[in-house]
Design a protein around this ligand. Structure first.
Ligand code: AMP
Length: 392
């Protein structure tokens, strides 16, 4: 497991990326600056990654045979989405490829049942639980029982999430009464679910850890995240949490990285409780939307850090340059035509990042980052700019 020099993948090598969205694009951009070549596999010619990858293979990124062939074309294979089938990663591993995250990790993070069960099994140093109360339901009968059990245990509301495929609040329904369990099970497509008791949090946070194959780790500061209508709206770096909360959030994230034995990034989304403790909501073994703030606020971005981790490069402590605020730009802002970006760019501390997608309500079209001398200054500038763009 030791990182011998031969374990380092030096610049000049080719990284293969399975998936074609903006996370992959930004990985390609970072890779190019760091001297690596990129080979992207995604299903559509017009995907955002096509503009950034050195080579774009239009194919199903979850196809095992395609992934296996990458073993001969790239020195390391990574993913930019949970939707990539772990079987594809397993086929690449079997063909001798270096794959990060491993198929085993991908199978856990893409299925809430496995993810929650993993989190429930984590032994925290103080004996506390890492995640909130939850149940798994494979059918309508189990769904009824699960809802009854959670309400009987004191849940005020329950959120039902499809085990697979949900993101940005999609594939989720809230219930306030066990009587509604049957109809919600049907409305979510009759697929396996995870039911979670509502967590009465005072804030949401995320911690991104980068880990190499030999177990070296570094982490970004705790971010504070605000969601609107189930979608991330804004991320503040560093989040303004007590020292004890930050230490706990970072400690749990590093424990998750270690116990999962992840290589690359792991983003750990967390709820901050009124007493300052944290509970894990969910995991992503890839760059994360909240981490975009690092493009401007940190010495190295999450994308550079992911590449460093999967290529066995050094993972020094993260340098915080200035407080930063990332605000997502959803398709709704395009309802009345092109948003007034020039007005936003009049602020010399603002940057706009657009992904080249066609606008649809709720679709992540891009993001903007504001930095400032203080968190308050960056946040005020970000909020003003969002208003200016007609955001709600
Ligand atoms: P997720 O897709 O699991 O990240 O959920 C999207 C958002 O829904 C979260 O960021 C929270 O704002 C909210 N949410 C999800 N699960 C819970 C929960 N168990 N209790 C309270 N709010 C939740």
């Amino acid at each position: 497991m030791n990182d011998k020099p031969s374990d380092i993948i030096p610049p000049g090598a080719t990284l293969a990326i399975l998936g074609g969205g903006q996370l992959g694009s930004m990985l390609c951009e970072a890779a190019k600056r760091m001297g690596y070549r990129t080979l992207a596999v995604s299903a559509h010619e017009a995907n955002p990654i096509a503009r950034w990858a050195d080579h774009h293979l239009v194919a199903d990124p979850s196809d095992p045979a395609t992934a296996a062939r990458l073993a001969h074309q790239a020195q390391v294979i990574t993913v930019e989405a949970e939707s990539i089938d772990p079987d594809a990663l397993q086929a690449a591993e079997a063909a001798g490829a270096r794959v990060a995250p491993a198929a085993r990790v991908q199978s856990i993070v893409r299925d809430r049942r496995l993810e929650k069960t993993f989190l429930a099994g984590l032994a925290l140093p103080d004996g506390q639980r890492a995640t909130g109360d939850f149940r798994i339901a494979e059918n309508s009968q189990q769904m009824h029982r699960a809802a009854e059990e959670l309400f009987a245990a004191g849940a005020s509301r329950i959120v039902c999430k499809t085990a697979r495929g949900g993101y940005d609040g999609k594939g989720q329904r809230w219930i306030h009464d066990p009587q509604h369990a049957g109809s919600v099970f049907e409305s979510l497509g009759g697929v396996p679910l995870v039911l979670e008791a509502a967590v009465d949090f005072i804030a949401e946070a995320s911690v991104i850890v980068a880990r190499s194959a030999d177990g070296r780790m570094t982490h970004f500061p705790v971010f504070a995240n605000e969601h609107r209508r189930g979608i991330l709206h804004q991320t503040v770096m560093p989040g303004e949490f007590s020292q004890a909360t930050s230490a706990q959030a970072i400690g749990i994230a590093r424990l998750v990285a270690e116990k999962l034995d992840v290589v690359g990034l792991i983003a750990v989304e967390q709820f901050v409780l009124p007493d300052g403790r944290v509970l894990v909501n969910e995991l992503a073994a890839r760059p994360h939307n909240s981490g975009h703030v690092t493009l401007r606020a940190a010495g190295r971005s999450q994308f550079e850090m992911h590449i460093a981790a999967i290529c066995g490069l050094p993972l020094p402590p993260v340098e915080v340059l200035r407080p930063g605020v990332m605000t997502n730009l959803l398709g709704d802002l395009w309802a009345k035509g092109e948003p007034d970006f020039p007005a936003v760019l009049a602020d010399g501390h603002a940057s706009i990042h657009l992904y080249g997608k066609s606008p649809r309500p709720g679709r992540k079209m891009g993001h903007m980052i504001h930095t400032g001398a203080t968190v308050e200054e960056a946040r005020n500038a970000a909020d003003k700019a969002f208003d200016r763009l007609g955001g709600q």
